[in-house]
Design a protein around this ligand. Sequence first.
Ligand code: KIV
Ligand code: ZN
Length: 388
Amino acid sequence: MTTPAHVRIFDTTLRDGEQSPGCSMSPQQKAVMARALAELGVDIIETGFPASSQSDREAAALIARDLRETTLCVLSRCLAGDIEASAKALEAAAKPRLHVFISTSPLHREHKLRMSKEEVLEATARHVTHARRLVDDVEFSTEDGTRTEEDFLAEVIGVAIAAGASTINVPDTLGYTTPAEIRALFQRLIATVPGARNVVFSAHCHNDLGMAVANSLAAIEGGARQVECTINGIGERAGNCAMEELAMAMKVRGAYFDADTRIDTRRLVPTSQLLSRLVGMPVQRNKAIVGANAFAHESGIHQHGMLRHRGTYEIMHPEDVGWPASQMVLGRHSGRAAVAHRLESLGHALQDEALDRVFADFKALCETQRVVGDDDLHRLVRGNDDDD
Ligand code: KIV
Ligand code: ZN
């Protein structure tokens, strides 16, 4: 049996995630979140974009003094001033990484950068070399990489590797690619770009078409050994690859991917809730893994199955992601078995006609109330006792 490949988790909640409308954090809030991310087991934390604000510079420096074991990364454009500001912000870091990016797609070259292909290649070589003079660990990203001509993308990546980048990130900036496309793209780049086998390839997928997690997993199949993601999938527009979904997909389908992360998955729910409190953005109830309904069962058929064997309707244990237990929600779709089970756990072991009567009252109550709680059940039992 081979050892599963280690896929590095690069968390960008504090940089790309924070760019999500309404999700900005103070340096102190970022420091609290960074500690939680380190405890969760992420390999790299991107703490901000120092050239963009004083607050990002402060946050990067604060976190650098606090976390000594995790690689800390900050973002820079291909501009000397950005790279200097980033290196300064990480001065105190034990494991600093500079992340340098440039747009490579035709649309971005023409309308955003107003640069020719030759100018993009020259800027890549110059700024990766600059960053490498300041730190050993340099990551290079090709913004809008998946909408870039493949031969040019390969050329830029080759230049960045030759200049000393040890991680190559190919972002799907607009969430445009598909799993089959990105898998094949990573396979070809890793097979053909000179020096590619000596560096780590990374995927950074946005969620505009709801495929960020699927695309990141496909990139892993194509050879990516780093994935960039955020807690709760926060990020620009529809967000980034959601870490909790990616980590659990890899854990639940471990043999399929033959790759693993070092995430302590039992901390996923508390970390998700911490972020939600810090930025004041609730998690949608039906969000995979960390949503309140992720392990809740209401229909009678499902509840009946769950009471016999939890594997009938759960592919993972709620405890493994940090929930205390599965939930049997009693409502209009629930059946007699689940109601009887809950009554018994509340100390009312009812049978036959007594149970029939309470169940009939329960169904009547469901016509006016979405969820029936324990207090309601106690009341229904008492009502029936009084009738006797
Ligand atoms: O989405 C993107 O392209 C980015 C890069 C700056 C890495 O966030
Ligand atoms: Zn991004």
